[in-house]
Design a protein. Structure first.
Lengths: 334, 337
């Protein structure tokens, strides 16, 4: 078990890996800026429906996906924008999907909670809590049966620990030594309820009971997430079976964009504390700067470029066409 | 409407319903290495009904996989495998257990293709059972095919003969969509002609199991034999009943239903699912819509009684349509009292 990262703490970076870490910083920034824009679109009533923002949890998606190959698969959740972007989705087609446009990843038929992109190894976000645990485990069984060395990551929040199917498939994954990694993002809240009110015992004791390899990391520290994931992925690829990775993290916004009065379930001070001292972008930035591997100018330039990309993505999506009415009954059957 | 052209005359070989299922699976598994079976007690046990006996010996435990007693889990695992290049046949021992796996079938398998804008597909078969009168009581006797037929994205197959079972199961396995395949557990020992040679029965093609001009008995799965026996009895009082088997409820061969009702002017729909909001209601509505001006009587429905299926034989037998109740209903509809 690793310890929580603090601002200013300085694990060692290899200078030759700088580009790698700057790419992770860029991906985390992309997710942050994307979600800020989604919130804005919702507030301006430009986006139909709802969205569940990933802000605050960026180091998990980015650290996990950076340890995967392009042909490895992930399954995602209702809070899935970060996973999709980290696995390689592009901002413009993501926005197009969120606005229900034909150019979106699912022709506008899926929306925020159902973005799937098999080309980037994304088997789909899922609006049923725990609903993709079976799919991820089945994809791992498939990889094994096909003799491929692909690894599958199943993202879910700690709320999914209440769903029985998760335990059923972890049991099978362990019995059959499947190359699947269950990534539990513990952001402390099952929707509007602190997880301690919903979860008995220890989270990590549950996968341990199935004989699954378990790790727990600070999910605000992309370096920790990435380093541990690299080990778990290598292990799975070698045929040594499933792992469970608990990432301790925090959701900056509410359960969804409309959940703005949150004081009845968590104090403002708690949110401020995480934003000020446990922010995944700040933790990585300060570490890189303090080791003189980069400077504020470069990081600011990354942010500016990503903001321009996000703005262009929104413009693309706003200008894109809605699906034609004839699309409504297409794709029901293959 | 397409009758099976004299297959019954041309083949000598008879198989049971269970053997026909097993033969279809074995043929397909030899043809396509992506196909595998997963479910409870499917390997050495060959299922409680012994439908799969012998398959693990030929195909090994990697392709005939015994799963824990976890219907949602192994159903979901099947869905994920189907999405990534495999073609699973998931065995759900009793149709009643579909309720446990419903999220994976209805919210995942049925919707993935549409939700992904057509990019992902789920080629998978869920084999399960229906049918009462086995003295198995309320949780092992239901016929829940109407539930699945309600869901866009699923196909639903309900064969009534060994011949149809083999040809339809092959079609199910070669389909690129999730298919729910219901087998009447009381019919596993029913024998009938089954050619050894390859044949496929396409979905959405009803079959006339017996031709007649006076009344149409639309019957599904377990109710086909009941309807045929009633038709035999009706012929003795000079009522010639046509027995029409839709064979798949989704897609449904609406034209065959309408054509037969137009020909006979009377129809009874007989299905072992619960009568309220059931398959009989859908089919009766298709006939009423499409053959209204040809009908001489209201379309009648006969389904399972709207009660949890009782254990006691004295009660259970009252809950499903029988040869006698179908005979009486047909007789009264033809005004021969």
């Amino acid at each position: 078990m690793t310890t929580d990262a603090k601002l200013g703490a300085a694990p060692h970076f290899e200078p030759e890996d700088l580009e790698h870490w700057l790419l992770m910083y860029e991906q985390m920034t992309r997710i942050r800026e994307f979600e800020e824009k989604v919130n804005e679109l919702y507030m301006k009533a430009i986006m139909p429906g709802l969205a569940h923002l990933y802000s605050g949890q960026e180091a998990v998606a980015v650290g996990v996906c950076a340890a995967l190959r392009a042909d490895d698969d992930i399954t995602s959740t209702h809070r899935g924008h970060g996973h999709c972007l980290a696995k390689g989705a592009s901002v413009d087609r993501m926005f197009a999907e969120l606005l229900g446009k034909e150019a979106g990843y699912c022709k506008g038929k899926g929306g925020s909670m159902h973005i799937a992109d098999p080309e980037s190894g994304n088997l789909g976000a899922n609006a049923i809590v725990g609903g993709s645990a079976g799919i991820a485990t089945g994809a791992a069984l498939s990889a094994k049966m096909r003799g491929s060395d692909q690894v599958v990551v199943c993202f879910f929040g700690e709320g999914a620990l209440g769903q029985g199917i998760l335990y059923e498939v972890m049991n099978m994954a362990s019995l059959w030594k499947l190359p699947v990694i269950y990534v539990c993002e513990n952001n402390l809240y099952n929707e509007y309820t602190h997880y301690s009110e919903a979860l008995a015992g220890e989270i990590t004791a549950r996968p341990q009971a199935f004989g699954i390899n378990v790790e727990s990391v600070d999910g605000q520290d992309v370096q920790q997430v990435y380093e541990v994931m690299k080990r778990l992925v290598a292990r799975a690829r070698r045929g040594e079976g499933p792992s469970f990775l608990e990432c301790k993290t925090y959701r900056y916004y509410g359960h969804h964009v409309g959940d703005i009065s949150r004081s009845y379930y968590r104090p403002k001070e708690e949110e401020q504390e995480w934003r000020a001292n446990r922010d995944p972008l700040k933790i990585l930035a300060q570490r890189l700067v303090s080791q003189k591997l980069t400077d504020d100018y470069i990081l600011e330039r990354i942010r500016t470029e990503v903001q321009a990309e996000v703005e262009a993505g929104v413009q693309f999506a706003m200008a894109a066409a809605y699906p034609a009415p004839e699309e409504v009954d297409q794709d029901v059957y293959a | 409407m397409r009758e099976n052209p004299d297959h019954k005359a041309k083949t000598e070989r008879e198989l049971t319903f269970a053997e026909a299922i097993r033969e279809a699976l074995a043929d397909e598994m030899r043809r396509d290495p992506r196909i595998f079976i997963v479910g409870e007690d499917v390997a050495e046990a060959g299922t409680p009904f012994k439908v799969l006996s012998g398959l693990v010996e030929e195909f090994g435990k990697d392709r005939v996989i015994d799963a824990p007693i976890s219907e949602p889990g192994f159903t979901g695992v099947g869905v994920g495998a189907a999405m990534t290049g495999m073609h699973p046949v998931v065995d759900i021992m009793f149709g009643d257990f579909l309720t446990l796996a419903m999220d994976q079938i209805v919210n995942q398998a049925a919707k993935v293709h549409y939700m992904s804008g057509g990019k992902l597909k789920v080629p998978i078969v869920f084999r399960t059972t229906l049918g009462a009168t086995r003295r198995s009581a309320a949780q092992h006797s239901q016929s829940l095919h109407a539930w699945l037929s309600h869901i866009p994205g699923l196909k639903v197959v309900i064969p009534s003969t060994p011949y149809d079972a083999k040809g339809l199961l092959k079609a199910a396995i070669r389909d690129e969509n999730p298919v729910v395949f219901f087998e009447d557990k009381m019919m596993y020992k029913l024998k009938g002609p089954v050619p050894e040679a390859e044949y496929i029965i396409p979905f959405g093609q009803a079959d006339i199991k017996r031709a007649g001009d006076d009344i149409t008995l639309v019957a599904t799965s377990s109710m086909v034999q009941v309807a045929l026996a009633a038709a035999e009895k009706l012929s003795q009082i000079d009522i010639q009943a046509e027995v029409l088997d839709p064979r798949t409820t989704k897609p449904l061969d609406k034209q065959a239903l309408i054509d037969s009702a137009k020909k006979t002017s009377r129809a009874i729909v007989i299905d072992e699912g619960y009568e309220s909001y059931g398959v009989t209601a859908e089919i009766a509505s298709v006939i009423a819509d499409g053959a209204f001006y040809y009908l001489d009587a209201p379309v009648k429905r006969m389904g399972a009684m709207d009660v949890p299926i009782p254990f006691s034989p004295a009660l259970e037998d009252l809950t499903v349509p029988t040869e006698d109740t179908v005979f009486e209903m047909a007789k009264s509809l033809c005004r021969r009292n």
